[in-house]
Write a protein of this length. Structure first.
Length: 325
């Protein structure tokens, strides 16, 4: 009897497997082979971020950037007002190339990059001209790089005026890191100069695009009558905004100092003459935009000529207020 009962149980189990297995298999397959999640689109779409290189933690959601409306200009990631567009046009941020492009992959380093203090990574042997003696400097020693060449080597010395010289591979020093840090600082200063010019225009104009447009056009308040005795009458300015007194000062600076700024042949434009106070003192002022040569190439620069009684008495960088050398 027990054998018959076990036989009936096995028959029932087999029938259940035969009847319900296909359905169970289909459900399992639907769970493991679910179609990919459809990514929504549109201005308010939430995008699921998965598998980004270097990402950690669970997937996160971020909002898709909405396309700007027609006629809207985006500056620094946000919609710009008419005033900001005018400022960006008048005082554009410079574009910076990678330092490798400026130094020819470190094989065409400009002479203005030297002398430059660097640190030795390995010992280096220096020699007196003519072979009268040698000296070995240990790793970690500060030396002065005097020149570089296309072979990727540097001429070094214990100091700029030392009689001992040595030649080492550029990689034997931290020259590349040092010059890279100088370039980073240079870029930061250039950006800061532009920002200061924009901030100064905003401050002078106050609120409203008409006032800012007047400032950018060079218009300003006339000097009080009592000030004219100190700064003299308004110097004549030609239709192209050039001023004879400023041109004479540029020519004089070129004679007294090599590569003096502003360079006579690289002037890009002039601003209208205006009355201005600098450090509490009154002047007639005119800005000159020009291309300046730097260790990292040529960059647009602006300087202000401060005039009294028909003669330029001071030159300042427009962005920083520092005196021109």
């Amino acid at each position: 009897m027990k054998r018959i009962i076990w036989l009936l149980v096995l028959i029932a189990a087999g029938y259940g497997v035969w009847k319900y297995y296909p359905e169970l298999e289909r459900q399992a397959r639907s769970r493991t082979e679910a179609p990919p999640e459809e990514v929504p689109t549109g201005d308010a779409a939430d995008l699921l971020i998965k598998g980004l290189p270097g990402a950690t933690g669970p997937p996160t959601r971020t909002r898709a950037a909405a396309a700007p409306a027609p006629g809207v200009t985006i500056l620094d990631g946000k919609a710009a007002s008419t005033e900001e567009i005018e400022l960006a046009r008048r005082y554009p941020l410079p574009e910076f190339k990678p330092i490798e492009a400026l130094v020819g992959e470190w094989k065409k380093i400009p002479a203005s990059a030297f002398p430059r203090e660097v640190t030795l990574k390995v010992p280096a042997t220096l020699q007196v001209a003519g072979g009268a003696g040698t000296s070995t400097l240990e790793a970690g020693r500060k030396v002065v790089a005097l020149a570089g060449n296309a072979a990727g080597t540097l001429v070094i010395a214990p100091s700029q005026d030392a009689v001992m010289r040595g030649t080492v591979p550029m990689g034997a020093t931290d020259f590349q890191a040092v010059l890279g840090a100088v370039y980073d600082d240079f870029k930061s200063r250039k950006r800061a100069e532009v920002q200061k010019l924009r901030d100064a225009a905003r401050k002078e104009a106050g609120a409203g695009s008409p006032a800012l447009a007047a400032v950018l056009a060079g218009e300003g308040q006339p000097p009080p009558p009592a000030v004219l005795a100190k700064i003299g009458t308004r110097p004549p300015q030609r239709e192209d905004h050039t001023i004879a007194a400023v041109e004479a000062s540029i020519a004089e600076r070129q004679k007294s100092r090599k590569h003096a700024e502003p360079p006579a042949g690289a002037v890009l434009g002039w601003s209208p003459l205006r009355y201005r106070e600098v450090e509490g003192e009154p002047y007639w002022a005119a800005s000159v935009r020009y291309t300046a040569r730097t260790i990292f190439g040529e960059f647009p620069t602006e300087a202000v000529a401060l005039i009294r009684h028909g003669r330029v008495v001071r030159w300042l960088y427009a962005g920083t207020g520092e005196p021109l050398p």
